[in-house]
Design a protein around this ligand. Structure first.
Ligand SMILES: *Cc1c(COP(=O)(O)O)cnc(C)c1O
Length: 450
């Protein structure tokens, strides 16, 4: 069954004014699904689905070249003049997110590292975070020779569970580090309450969470500090870059110093107010790209929100497909990933077989983070001579035993499926195509299995 799909249909289906403009220049083949839900799934020999209009990421916004050349010709390639592109970006990014300060860095990992440095995290300290995260979250803690204590997730949302984080606290806990994985907000009411109760700073790993919102606040501006990544796949991208947001004046100065070789903004001598620092400054070329890219960030966030919620509605009607839950406090997801689970009893197939059937439909889904034993990982990292002076084998074994098994995380890792954020930036029609594909896979599960 083939239907012609006109540009007007496409714009109507997308439901977003101005979408046609930004998609100009992207590879767009505007073809409707030419295989319907009643047809055979592609894995059983049916015709694969055809999606169109998914932009390859990142999408140029128009000013990149001009701003890059301004930096090039100025010879102000380093941000230390504090009044060029990086400074302008910091001001804009802080304003957009409702934070008082923004410190741009050369990556999300270094944003996290310098925030933990400013909070004086070191050997013996525990930082409580999510196991269902990118390895950089864990590595930022390990880089201070501290202990990444992972607490189990709420399987419905894929986010770290504040009650489990509370139970994991000890007298050595120094920081709570919720991760908004996939750009879906963690329970920030729960974490802010926990921080208050335990008198602990809350550092949001918002590296996937640009413009996600909890009640009336943007993610990354709620806790003591929030860290972002602008690595090329992220919702706001410059190649490699990052930023910390905070509204705490003293902490902002300290983070600045930590990322600037220990030197503060106004310090002339390196001995004055020295902190243990490193150079993780953002270069001006990255600042230029970010300023240009910011032209699109709000528009894309709206499109993802609309398409993401629509896909949630379509997929939740299919037996055994469970879109990641949004808490009552969520007013906007950042949708860096579109996350859902396949419950094999109800769906009729396990997640890995489902992914095979989905890829036969030419729909690019991934299996999410696998179940890493982070305590084993930590023990391995700390098997060096220097770490041996800090932590005995018995100490690490006892710590790992206390962290325990994390059954929900394990189950989540075996059921999780996700789509990249650029899929949600395509036309709304694609959401129908994705749902049709998954529906016909589910309907024919027995045959696919057999
Ligand atoms: C991308 C990411 C990071 C690290 O950011 P980089 O810019 O790649 O250093 C940290 N945490 C999470 C959850 C991420 O997705």
């Amino acid at each position: 069954m083939t239907r012609p799909f006109s540009r007007r249909d496409f714009l109507a289906a997308s439901g977003v004014a101005g979408l046609g403009t930004f998609l100009n220049g992207c590879a767009t083949t505007l073809v409707a699904a030419d295989a319907s839900v009643d047809d055979k799934p592609a894995i059983l020999g049916g015709k694969a689905m055809t999606m169109g209009g998914v932009p390859s990421w990142p999408v140029l916004q128009g000013e990149e070249e001009k701003l890059l050349l301004e930096v090039l010709n100025s010879k102000n390639w380093c941000c230390w003049t504090m009044k060029f592109k990086v400074a302008e970006f910091e001001k804009k990014y802080a304003e957009m997110n409702g934070a008082k300060h923004c410190i741009a860095t050369n990556g999300g990992t270094s944003a996290l590292i310098n925030t933990l440095a400013a909070l004086e995290v070191g050997p013996g300290d525990e930082v409580i975070t999510s196991p269902f995260t990118f390895v950089a979250t864990i590595n930022s803690i390990l880089s201070h020779y501290a202990l990444p204590t992972v607490a189990d997730v709420d399987i419905e949302s894929a986010q770290i569970d504040p009650a489990k984080a509370d139970a994991a606290c000890t007298e050595n806990t120094a920081v709570l580090m919720p991760v908004h994985i996939g750009g879906l907000p963690a329970d920030m009411d729960g974490f802010m309450e926990l921080g208050k109760k335990r008198k602990l700073p809350v550092v949001e790993d918002a590296c996937q969470a640009h413009l996600g919102k909890w009640r009336d606040k943007y993610l990354g501006s709620i806790g003591t500090a929030g860290c972002f990544s602008f690595q090329v796949t992220k919702n706001l991208a410059c190649g490699d870059g990052g930023a910390v947001l905070t509204s705490d004046d003293a902490l902002a100065d300290k983070i600045y110093a930590c990322h600037n070789n220990g030197r503060g903004r106004t310090v002339s001598s390196f001995m004055q107010n020295a902190v243990r620092g490193r150079n993780n400054r953002m270069i001006e070329f990255a600042g230029a790209i970010l300023l240009a890219q910011m032209a699109g960030i709000e528009k894309y966030a709206e499109i993802r929100e609309e398409n993401g919620l629509y896909l949630n509605k379509l997929l939740s009607e299919i037996p055994g497909v469970v879109p990641a839950k949004r808490y009552a406090g969520v007013t906007q997801s950042a949708w860096h990933l579109y996350m859902f689970r396949i419950e094999k009893e109800k769906f009729g197939l396990d997640r890995d077989t489902f992914i095979k059937a989905l890829s036969a439909e030419k729909i690019p889904g991934g299996v999410g983070y696998s179940a890493v034993d982070w305590t084993e990982y930590t023990k391995k990292i700390y098997s060096t001579r220097a770490a041996g002076r800090l932590y005995s084998k018995k100490f690490l074994d006892d710590w790992a035993e206390r962290v325990g098994d994390l059954p929900k995380y394990k189950r989540l890792a075996s059921e999780a499926v996700w789509f990249g954020q650029n899929l949600l930036v395509g036309p709304k029609k694609n959401m129908d195509i994705i749902a049709d594909a998954i529906r016909r896979i589910q309907k024919n599960a027995a045959q696919i299995k057999g």
